[in-house]
Design a protein around this ligand. Structure first.
Ligand SMILES: Cc1cc2nc3c(=O)[nH]c(=O)nc-3n(C[C@H](O)[C@H](O)[C@H](O)COP(=O)(O)O)c2cc1C
Length: 152
């Protein structure tokens, strides 16, 4: 399976989640996984993936602007993807809030695209605009999410 993981990170936690998901995926079999910061991604017409994963920290109850823009550009980018899933990082009470917003936005701009799996929401320690780190109990969920995505 060919997988593209696109993420935004301010303090490194969402990037860590992206890399752990990638580890989970490649632990199963020889899958080709590309992990890219949304700030550095350039979509070419011929790019084609079985699975697109998109990750964002929760900022003010939703995903960040650069991920929102990336999702909005998907229909015109002619990037070929068969399915998608999303993940977020959050603090305290905002479990899955950014996940739900991303899923909503994707189903609006690409209504035909299949959701491979419900989104993953990973908690980071602290309050306010926390720098994390990821809470210990949530760390194993990242690899498990990757494994589930390729094993079905
Ligand atoms: C400007 C800003 C706004 C934030 N707002 C929220 C919020 O509304 N809800 C929440 O759960 N976390 C919020 N956070 C905490 C982030 O979710 C946390 O910093 C992030 O998950 C860390 O991921 P990163 O290391 O990839 O940047 C906010 C953080 C920043 C910097």
């Amino acid at each position: 399976m060919k997988v593209l993981i696109v993420y935004y990170t301010k303090y490194g936690n969402t990037e860590k989640v992206a890399n752990l998901i990638a580890e989970g995926i490649t632990s199963v079999d020889e899958h080709e996984v590309t992990v890219k910061n949304v700030k550095k991604i350039q979509l070419k017409k011929e790019d084609s993936y079985d699975l697109l994963l998109i990750g964002s920290p929760n900022h003010f109850g939703r995903h960040v602007g650069s991920i929102k823009k990336f999702i909005n550009k998907l229909p015109k980018s002619q990037l070929r993807v068969n399915a998608y899933a999303v993940f977020d990082t959050y603090i305290t009470a905002d479990f899955e809030k950014a996940v739900k917003k991303m899923e909503e936005q994707i189903s609006e701009v690409l209504p035909e695209l299949t959701k491979a799996n419900p989104g993953l929401s990973i908690k980071v320690e602290g309050t306010g605009t926390s720098k994390g780190p990821i809470v210990k109990e949530d760390l194993p969920k990242c690899q498990k999410f990757g494994i589930k995505l390729v094993q079905g």
